[in-house]
Design a protein around this ligand. Structure first.
Ligand code: ATP
Ligand code: MG
Length: 251
């Protein structure tokens, strides 16, 4: 399974979901690769010290001679490896202009690694450009985090249009794994309304698991830990663990 976590809206919980879903899969004994495709490198920084990152996914995608395995770093956690990002990724679009295989670079580089990493989680940047398209072309599944907020559904049409385009040609096997409601506040009527609205639009695609607002989830990256080691008894840990189970059931 190769899950792309995408939504071109910024700050909706893509990175939080990518790092904790990857950590949950690793915790269940599954060899997992977390690919950070965002130049902001938030996933990378959530587990690694940037000073230890000399080469990134950028090098593997941009340079034919560099393999993805050359840039992968084992995280401090069992079963969890990371293909790190650096700000250089922001230059990729310009670098690949005119290259016929620009959209297929990640897919091609990932192919030989799937035996070693049966589970791959890709954290996408908040844009629908070349990086996100590379993720969707390489992926078997798309997971869309949607923040529980008044503007939650704004922009999802564009994301679904990109999803359909990728399915028409380069990757017909791509499936919508599900829509994940994040940063939900159970106490407010507005949040309940928004949840109902998201369910009306996406139906059974919406995961039963809802991620509630939690300071612990916000804090864990600062300590270079997933929620499972940072606050194993927190609601965030329980929710992301349940999400992982739902993901495994759906695949
Ligand atoms: P970007 O589009 O910039 O990549 P993103 O979609 O990856 O953002 P995150 O970085 O995961 O979003 O989350 C945005 C902010 O919200 C971060 O500060 C994160 O710690 C916080 N956050 C994410 N999920 C939760 C949650 N369930 N409860 C509280 N804070 C959260
Ligand atoms: Mg992010």
């Amino acid at each position: 399974m190769i899950v792309a976590i995408a939504n071109q809206k910024g700050g909706v919980g893509k990175t939080t979901t990518a790092i904790n879903l990857a950590a949950a899969l690793a915790l269940r004994g599954k060899r997992t690769l977390l690919i950070d495709l965002d130049p902001q490198a938030n996933s990378t920084m959530s587990f690694l010290d940037m000073a230890t990152v000399s080469r990134s996914v950028y090098d593997a995608i941009a340079e034919p001679a560099v393999a993805l395995s050359d840039v992968i770093i084992q995280s401090p956690f069992e079963n969890l490896a990371i293909a790190p990002s650096r700000i250089a990724l922001a230059k990729l679009e310009a670098k690949l202009v005119g290259e016929m295989d620009a959209h297929f670079r990640l897919k091609d580089k990932l192919e030989s690694l799937l035996a070693e990493y049966p589970n791959v989680v890709i954290d996408c940047p908040p844009a629908l450009g070349l990086l996100t398209v590379n993720a969707l072309v390489a992926a078997t599944h798309l997971l869309i985090p949607i923040q529980s907020s008044y503007f939650a559904l704004e922009g999802t049409d564009d994301l679904l249009e990109t999803f359909e385009k990728v399915r028409q040609r380069p990757n017909p096997a791509l499936k919508l794994l599900g829509v994940l409601i994040t940063m939900h506040d159970r106490r407010t009527a507005l949040a309940r309304d928004i949840r109902a609205q998201i369910q009306k639009v996406f139906g059974t695609s919406v995961f039963n698991t809802v991620i509630t607002k939690s300071i612990r989830l916000e804090e864990s990256p600062a300590y270079k830990e997933s929620i499972f080691t940072f606050a194993p008894d927190s609601s965030g840990a329980a929710e992301y663990y349940r999400l992982c189970e739902e993901v495994i059931d759906r695949v």
